[in-house]
Design a protein around this ligand. Sequence first.
Ligand code: C2O
Ligand code: CU
Ligand code: CU
Length: 570
Amino acid sequence: MKRLFTFIFLLAGGILSAQNPVLIPGTLSGTTFNLELQNGTYQFYDGINTTTMGVNGNILGPTLIMNKGDFVDITVNNQLADTTTIHWHGMHVSAVNDGGPHTTIAPGTVWNPQFTVLDKAGTYWYHPHLHTKTDMHVSLGIAGFIIVRDDEEAALDLPRTYGTDDFPLVIQTKDFDAQKQIVVPTNNDDVVMVNATIDPKLDVPAQVVRFRLLNGSSQRVFNVGLSDNRTFYQIGSDGGLLSEPAPLTRLQLAPGERAEILIDFTGMTGQQLQLMSYASEFPNGIYGATNPGMMQNMVLNGYNPNPLNGTDFNIIEFDVVAQTSNPVTSIPASLVEVTPYPEDSADITRNLTFSPSQMGPNQLNFPFLINGTSFDMDVINFSIPLNNTEVWSLTNQSAIAHPFHIHDVQFYVLDRNGNPPPVSEQGRKDVILVKPMETVRFITKFEDFANDPVPYMLHCHMLVHEDGGMMLQFEVVDNTIGIAKINDSENVFDVFPNPVTGDNFTVGIDNGKSITSYELFNITGKRILNENVNGQTSKIKVNITQLKVGLYFLKVYTEKNTYIKKVVIK
Ligand code: C2O
Ligand code: CU
Ligand code: CU
């Protein structure tokens, strides 16, 4: 009722007064992170318990603060009553550490990914990724920020005191039933919240303040702007800082996308400003516009009536308070060097098309297809050579916009229908909204990680579409040596014990084969040990007293072949 009142008040052009101080998630930092996934309840509405899922709490998850170059060790303890996965969205990690749908965590078990943070300073996030249940687990509340820091960013005069002049804001819309329980899936997501707070307000100091915006919604696209139409400055996109602040009055933010922005509140103490979504300005064919499809006769089940569609609404209210002691008061002139791969360095162009599975007025309802195909856990759709530079050309042949997302890499947008991307899309990206009848091309490079036992995902980040099969998978393969797939190596050689608990492990190979050499790589692909085995043998002992605990890859060479296997050192 409160929300409806707010909405009507806004339509009437009044200055609304928001009610609830926005939740600011706590932080975890260092190199060891313990996350516990839990069922819970949360009061989105005073006095009413809504069933939720959260990480280390009842809703959302702590913000993980990581430093580039650190080797991080994460424990994900699944105390939910359901299997799930946790994916580090936007981060460049090996596929086994990526938390895609293959890397399931059964209830009551623990997953322990370990990786070196290779990403640039920026705003990333984590969320469940179990096939067909991603929307359920995210909508019930599991989502958290990852803030990566690095020296380049630290050298700039930017606000970075978490919760003081640097705020993470995850914007979501959800659908509540009459008992105020979350409905999933739904096209009737008529409740806006920021950091799980409905009708939120935030005290901000009268200076330059940084916001890390994340669209954590299942489907809705936002058209972010400020209520007095003042200019704000985008400083970061999905995968790090832009080359210079982009002055904007509107910022389109699709599901999965992040944007770091600066707003200058200098001299505004005592005043209020609303962060809005100007969805009335959306063209048709975007989830959030008046018509979600290009044509008026195209109907999305449950989409109407939803008062958020095609109207301007409040996201959060900023209440300006006194300056802090060391305020940032100006917008930097430049940020970091952004160096897209030159288009002529591409080894290949890959074409992807998005299409509905049925034509006619019902074509906005999932399933949607990529290259005419629906997701199959057992099919690897693309095999990409390690170190390939590729142009991907995405063509949307459906009547609704899709936010395309790819794991493993950040990419640079080359063009939209042949036109250069707007400034806000000229940085590193991992999600890009492709509108109906549009072709978007990007360039990226598949580096560092190859030959993993599980593939990476590419998919639409509208979670309803993703769960409905608008997802494919790819592997990165190192063709420079004739490596058998890890799975194919299972029967060829043995490592025991594995996990390794003592000072050494033994490698034994099938009768009739002999080992000529071996190499041990850590999870970032760095070679840690290698030895040529003189005299050829079917059994070797590898001393590991110098090695850290973690996941390693052992490559074993025979005269004719190379085999690879995971080794866990405990
Ligand atoms: Cu944010 Cu494959 O996901
Ligand atoms: Cu992702
Ligand atoms: Cu989609």
